[in-house]
Write a protein that binds this ligand. Structure first.
Ligand SMILES: *Cc1c(COP(=O)(O)O)cnc(C)c1O
Length: 412
């Protein structure tokens, strides 16, 4: 059989081009990471050829004796990693995982309490342009204007007033730890189901550096490709009493055949996360984020909530006189990837918001330490200042290439 280079040189060379971009660029997008070669090897395997609708031992197709063993390994490792009672590892990605949960436990129009999108929530947590906001009645809690933090007494007030069927805790752009236990107490008080979406912080939870909702919550979803550093995909964990409902919600409710090559790669990633090195990785992700946040604040940047407990921070650029998109564009020119982000109570439009979201999962994977993170903050500051000076930006681009060479990624 032909290799990719022989079969399709056009795509092969574009993949090489993207590999170069990743190797010589600084990745600060908080939801991205670099998987191991082992994870990629599993993803690019013959497992992609198989159909295996159903669950382990109960499939709708023949020839699944090997797939059963692979999926069972993924399940066992996941249970060991998160201590969950039940897990379905077949979810294709974060949004479909959440859709499957809603389908499994809610009726159309049911009320759900979630974090507002521009306060750090996710589209699939009830935004009006998303299926979640169209099919279910989402009501929202917010962060406080003065502190940038969620006030649990306010969450309780909204919950008592709204009496939701489900309370959803989780975020894509919030840099503080959530009080899982308190969420559960509030939910119990109003008789609501508890769902946590730990997509962003699953790796920090797996690495045992921040608290887990798994002991308290009924249902916990997560993507596997963010801090958890696995293949693109998701999993749904739950208490045993929701197991049947969740499995049925995912298949046949929401999805067809599972992606067995991805599920094998999930098993590989769970195996990696179970190693002691992963605990050190998770610790370093937070140390790097805190070092970067401190340096940016020293240079007069406003960070929402004045710091971070996790892998990310949202920088409010208002006082620096530029928008999030302008900063994102300038940083792109020197080879630093970030994402413009809304800030709580943003007065600008979502497509050109006031904030910039920055995260350290990817640079920590390639071995950046706190000193490197402080240096990156310095480069960010200089880039923003030099944003209209192409000569200076070119010189900064060279610095970035040198820094990347110091920490090789896949060219090791
Ligand atoms: C990233 C994310 C998702 C969506 O994941 P996709 O794989 O992009 O569909 C869902 N919820 C949260 C909180 C996220 O951060």
């Amino acid at each position: 059989m032909m290799t990719l280079k022989q079969e399709d040189p056009q795509i092969a060379s574009l993949i090489d081009e993207e590999a170069e971009r990743q190797e010589y660029g600084i990745e600060l997008i908080a939801s991205e990471n670099y998987t191991s070669k082992a994870v990629m090897e599993a993803m690019g395997s013959v497992l992609t050829n198989k159909y295996s609708e159903g669950t382990v031992g109960k499939r709708y197709y023949g020839g699944n004796e090997v797939i059963d063993k692979i999926e069972q390994l993924a399940i066992d490792r996941c249970k060991q990693l998160f201590g969950c009672e039940h897990v379905n590892v077949q979810a294709l990605s974060g949004s479909p995982a959440n859709a499957a949960v809603y389908l499994a436990v809610l009726k159309l129009g049911d009320k759900v309490l979630g974090l507002k999108l521009d306060h750090g929530g996710h589209l699939s947590h009830g935004h009006p342009v998303n299926f979640s906001g169209m099919l279910y009645n989402f009501v929202q809690y917010e962060v406080e204007k003065e502190t940038g933090r969620i006030d649990m007494d306010k969450v309780r007030e909204v919950a008592l007033r709204e009496k939701p069927k489900m309370i959803l805790a989780g975020f894509s752009a919030y840099s503080r730890n959530l009080d899982w236990k308190r969420f559960k107490e509030i939910a119990d008080e109003v008789g609501a189901i508890t769902m946590a979406d730990i997509s962003h912080i699953a790796g920090l939870i797996a690495g045992k550096v921040i608290d887990s909702p798994v002991p308290y919550f009924d249902i916990v979803t997560t993507t596997t490709h963010k801090t958890l550093r696995g293949p693109r995909g998701a999993i749904i964990m739950c208490k045993e009493k929701f197991a049947k409902q969740i499995d049925k919600g995912l298949f046949p409710g929401m999805q067809g055949g599972p992606h067995d090559h991805i599920n094998a790669a999930k098993a590989v990633a769970f195996g990696e996360a179970l190693k002691p090195e992963f605990h050190v990785y998770a610790q370093n992700v937070i140390k790097n984020a805190q070092a970067m946040a401190a340096e940016l604040m020293k240079r007069g940047y406003k960070i929402i909530s004045d710091g971070t407990d996790n892998h990310l921070m949202v920088v409010d650029l208002t006082s620096k006189g530029l928008s999030g998109k302008e900063a994102e564009r300038a940083l792109d020119k020197v080879g630093i990837s970030t994402s413009a982000s809304t800030i709580p109570f943003d007065t600008r439009k979502p497509f050109d918001p006031s904030g910039l979201r920055i995260g350290t999962p990817a640079i920590t994977t390639r071995g950046f330490n706190e000193a490197d993170s402080v240096y990156v903050a310095d480069v960010i500051d200089r880039t923003i200042q030099a944003r209209n000076d192409d000569v200076r930006l070119k010189a900064i681009r060279q610095e970035i290439i040198e820094l990347c060479k110091k920490h090789p990624l896949y060219k090791k």
